[in-house]
Design a protein around this ligand. Structure first.
Ligand SMILES: Nc1ncnc2c1ncn2[C@@H]1O[C@H](COP(=O)(O)OP(=O)(O)OP(=O)(O)O)[C@@H](O)[C@H]1O
Length: 269
């Protein structure tokens, strides 16, 4: 077994100052609802994501994975605590500045590929740049298109591509702005095992070959085993971390976790 339990609070291995981290969450708490109906979906999460790392986030249903991703990516604001992206405190930004930073510094890959059916592959990939009023960097575009293996498909429409190829387009689109981090939310959920393996290998490759930081939420221990480390959420808290994880070690750890956010005010163990 390659995996190793480190236990305790998950702080990650990122460098010294905040500027060195791709993302840093500090004591992030997210409460939904008010009064007796209030639920702490995240309950004091601190985690550091160093540049060029591939992290998987796992946990039972209701453990706070989506909330974690939304807060870390600046899609939602924490109730308490701070999220820093490349050293920038997202809580200090106006909605407009946050939207701009998200567009320029964050890439997203979802289970549904979310491609524009009327656009060809090239225009789908470069869409984030056009929305930002930026011109594509030809050298970078060539590099990512080649990395995702789509050089001979640039003129095709999404409907002319397989599911795996469409997810490759989505990954290239996520990379085109050279984001500080790519968030992947169940990126292989709609793919068969062989295609999923290819897409995960590609994500692994953009970390190893391009130095991209990737954070992936997944239910699948095999998918998570492509990451450098796995963070485990349970009841809105980070409860463990595995480095150099194997699918077996991840499955074993998942079996020991329980899900569900706790109502606000429940005593902590
Ligand atoms: N908008 C919301 N309003 C109220 N409660 C919410 C809201 N979003 C999430 N929650 C609650 O917060 C907790 C964490 O939800 P979250 O969706 O983050 O978990 P998850 O681990 O992503 O779950 P799953 O694996 O089932 O998608 C759950 O108890 C959920 O019911």
């Amino acid at each position: 077994m390659r995996g190793r339990h480190t236990g305790g609070t998950v702080a990650g291995g990122g460098g010294g100052g905040n500027g060195a981290d791709a993302i840093r969450l500090e004591a992030v708490r997210k409460v939904y609802g008010t009064g007796r109906a209030a639920v702490a979906a995240l309950d004091g999460v601190t985690a550091v994501f160093p540049p060029g790392g591939f992290t998987a986030v796992m946990g039972p249903s209701g453990s706070g994975k989506s909330t974690f991703l939304h807060c870390a990516a600046g899609l939602d604001r924490p109730t308490e605590g701070r999220v820093l992206l490349g050293g920038v405190d997202l809580g200090q930004l106006s909605e407009t500045a946050l939207t701009t930073l998200r567009r320029d510094r964050v890439g997203f890959v979802f289970q549904a590929f979310n491609l524009m059916s009327a656009l060809d592959v090239r225009d789908n990939i470069t869409l984030p740049l056009r929305l930002a009023g930026r011109r594509p960097d030809g050298e970078w575009l060539t590099r990512i298109v080649s990395r995702v293996g789509l050089a001979d498909r640039l003129g095709h429409r999404p409907a002319e591509l397989s599911g795996g190829q469409q997810q490759r387009v989505a990954i290239a689109r996520a990379l085109v702005t050279r984001p500080a981090v790519v968030f992947a939310d169940e990126p292989t959920g709609a793919l068969d095992a062989t295609t999923a393996h290819e897409v995960l290998g590609l994500l692994r490759g953009v970390v190893d070959g391009l130095g991209q930081t990737v954070v992936m939420v997944t239910h699948d221990p095999v998918a998570a085993s492509y990451a450098d480390r796995v963070l485990f959420l349970a009841g809105g808290r980070l409860v463990d971390e595995l480095r150099a994880p194997t699918a077996e070690a991840i499955s074993h750890r998942m079996r020991g976790l329980r899900g569900g956010a706790e109502p606000v005010g429940v005593a902590r163990c």
